[in-house]
Design a protein around this ligand. Sequence first.
Ligand code: MG
Length: 370
Amino acid sequence: MEITAVEPVHLRVPIVDAIPDGTLDVLVVLIHTDEGITGIGEVTSQSYVCKACFDAPRSAARRHGLTSILLGEDPLDIERLWQKMYYETNRYGRRGAAIHAISGADIALWDIVGKHQGRPVYELLGGAHRTTVRAYASVLFGDTPDDTAALAREFVDMGLTAAKFGWGPFGQDADTDVAHVQAARKVLGDTRELMVDAGHAWQIETAIERAKLLAPFNIAWLEEPLSQDDRKGYAQLCRNSPVPIAAGEGDVTHWDFEDLIDRGLHVVQPDVAFCGGLTVCRRVSEMCQANDRRAVPHCFSTGINLAASLHWMASIPDGDLVEYCLRPSPLMRKLVKNLPPLIDGRVPVPDGPGLGIELDEDVIEQFRVR
Ligand code: MG
């Protein structure tokens, strides 16, 4: 089989507010082949920049555009193509937009291989450990503890068994933080998981103090308490925290995650449409299994990212958790025609060939940036 065209499709809703919402402006990647199979992928990053990473023409060595690297190649040769994309972009890539863009191509290649073999991607990644994955929803903390409690109530009523609260008023002072977490825990009860995303709020000393203060509320993990670049801080925190520490939504390549695991992170959170794709995620979960850590996907964009994350989680023994985005954007709700639904707190893993998803051409037409 041969790649005949690579089509980065930029989709954007009319009004994109500067809020932490990855469902407003996305880059879909379609890879076409001479056998009529088209692979679907997604990039969740700066869409204009990542589209340019595909469209850029060939240049001097190791600074080519991704489309020129992929054209004419055999799409079934995923591992070699990942290495080729990474190496031939490394003068401008390695850790920025180029690796985010590679994620979209890599997901599309896995989709092609699955469609070609008539098998779902989770089988290619290592087999089926489950047919549904438990979902957690994430939301900003409410303005007041009562507001946070009301949000927790909505999650309980939806049937969710795990919820994450973050950012907003959290992180400013200890009493406020405890009041919000206490309010959420009270509504969620003892049986549901509660996660807290601190949104890079603290320096190391405060992070250790707060982790100890929050420990009585039995939180499943404390996410990104420190700056993403404070690697020494994370190592110190992981040694001293009574609650599991999570990070990694901003990290890319298996080398970054190897570093986080070496520094003691308990939970790592690659975003498959950002970190380098399913090829990277598979390596990360192998490292997690070898080191007794947990990988849980960061997933807050379209149903393409959700489907890829579900396949990944279905393929690993302890993969029973996925982030489920509840934002109302049509790029989340409608782009994938057969969007995996939330049913009693769980999400079915698509079982058609490849990713098992179908895109809505009308949605693409309506939101395409030209
Ligand atoms: Mg986060």
